[in-house]
Design a binder for this molecule. Structure first.
Ligand code: AMP
Ligand code: MN
Ligand code: MN
Length: 326
């Protein structure tokens, strides 16, 4: 029996949780698993709880079934967490993990040290959708489930261009395409398409970006006022960091945006070199992957950038000592 069949055996209800401010991989893996359970495990009723999702994911089956508010009286036989590297990332839904009798964590973050009774964490996988695919039975994956998994893989690989993309990733994507996934539409609609307002927020963020540390680090800031001015939410900042990352000569890209809470900033970090940004994010209580990580920090922009720079400088100094290439 596979991991999933064994786990769901004798469970009447299972709650599926992802991470705060859910991204494509989080939403794709949660809805992919939700659909798969509904289609193949009629004795188990799945529920999904996630913070509000971008409307661009509205084409995914099960999108309208997702619950956005924590319901204190609900309890489930089992809990499955997807794409969440620690309990804090579950946000207000964390009590469902604690109160469930059994739990399973499926993830791909290097900073995940296990948060459930059973933990399936593959840090070399491109995405949680890739890890999830590994425990599903190929012939039981419907087209609608395949669309969810494909979406997650596309988002966490930046459409198959980040270094986390492997032969296995592409083989899985190929199998999902064979199911009939309309991939040009999914890629354009969920990844590249921007609203007019979002395009202007991006333009503003890019026009005021600054280089630091001899051009090795680049950063920019998106303020709450700007988001409001262009009729956007924080989700509109998706993609800005990708453009900073490819500025010539840059080794570390940093995006700060105001979360809406006083003096609180979400910090996104990316690198193309040997720098380990998951360690930088961990220094602020965040986490992620070696080349893509994030954290939430309270302070002023100058203070935060100064602290990020000193963490990065510390790592560079260590690398120089060890004679590592950067
Ligand atoms: P982002 O910059 O939000 O796109 O996140 C990059 C990577 O870091 C993703 O894999 C996130 O799951 C992870 N990440 C972002 N913020 C945090 C955080 N506060 N704590 C742990 N991991 C994070
Ligand atoms: Mn994610
Ligand atoms: Mn992911």
């Amino acid at each position: 029996m596979g991991i999933l069949s064994e786990f769901l055996n004798n469970k009447k209800t299972v709650v599926i949780l992802g991470h705060v401010n859910p991204d494509g991989d989080c939403i794709g893996s949660c809805l992919g698993l939700y659909n798969y359970i509904r289609e193949n495990f009629p004795q188990t009723e799945p529920y999904v709880y996630l913070e509000p999702m971008g409307q661009k994911f509205g084409y995914l089956k099960g999108y309208g079934d997702v619950r956005n508010e924590y319901e204190p009286n609900q309890q489930f036989d089992a809990c499955i967490t997807l794409d969440a590297s620690d309990v804090g990332r579950l946000g207000s839904f964390a009590p469902y993990l604690e109160s469930a009798k059994d739990s399973l964590c499926i993830d791909h973050h290097i900073t995940n040290h296990g948060l459930a009774k059973t933990n399936l964490v593959e840090s070399s996988a491109s995405s949680t959708c890739e890890v999830l695919y590994g425990i599903l039975e190929e012939e039981k994956i419907s087209l609608l489930t395949a669309e969810c998994l494909y979406t997650g893989i596309v988002h966490d690989t930046g459409v198959f261009k980040y270094s986390n993309t492997s032969r296995k990733t592409l083989e899985i994507a190929g199998r999902l395409i064979e199911k009939g996934v309309d991939f040009p539409k999914i890629i354009d609609r969920s990844f590249y398409m921007k609203t007019y307002g979002q395009t202007r927020v991006h333009g503003e963020a890019l026009s005021k970006c600054s280089l630091l540390m001899d051009g090795r680090l680049i950063y920019t800031v998106v303020t709450g006022e700007e988001l409001l001015r262009y009729g956007c939410t924080v989700k509109s900042t998706d993609g800005i960091i990708d453009q900073l990352r490819v500025v010539e000569g840059v080794e570390c890209a940093v995006l700060l945006y105001e979360t809406g809470k006083p003096s609180e900033y979400k910090v996104s970090l990316r690198t193309n070199t040997e720098l380990d940004v998951s360690r930088v994010a961990s220094a602020f209580g965040g986490g992620g992957h070696v080349k893509a990580a994030g954290c939430t920090v309270i302070g002023s922009v100058d203070e935060i950038i100064e602290r990020v720079c000193s963490e990065v400088r510390r790592q560079w100094a260590g690398m120089e000592q060890q004679g590592m290439p950067d």
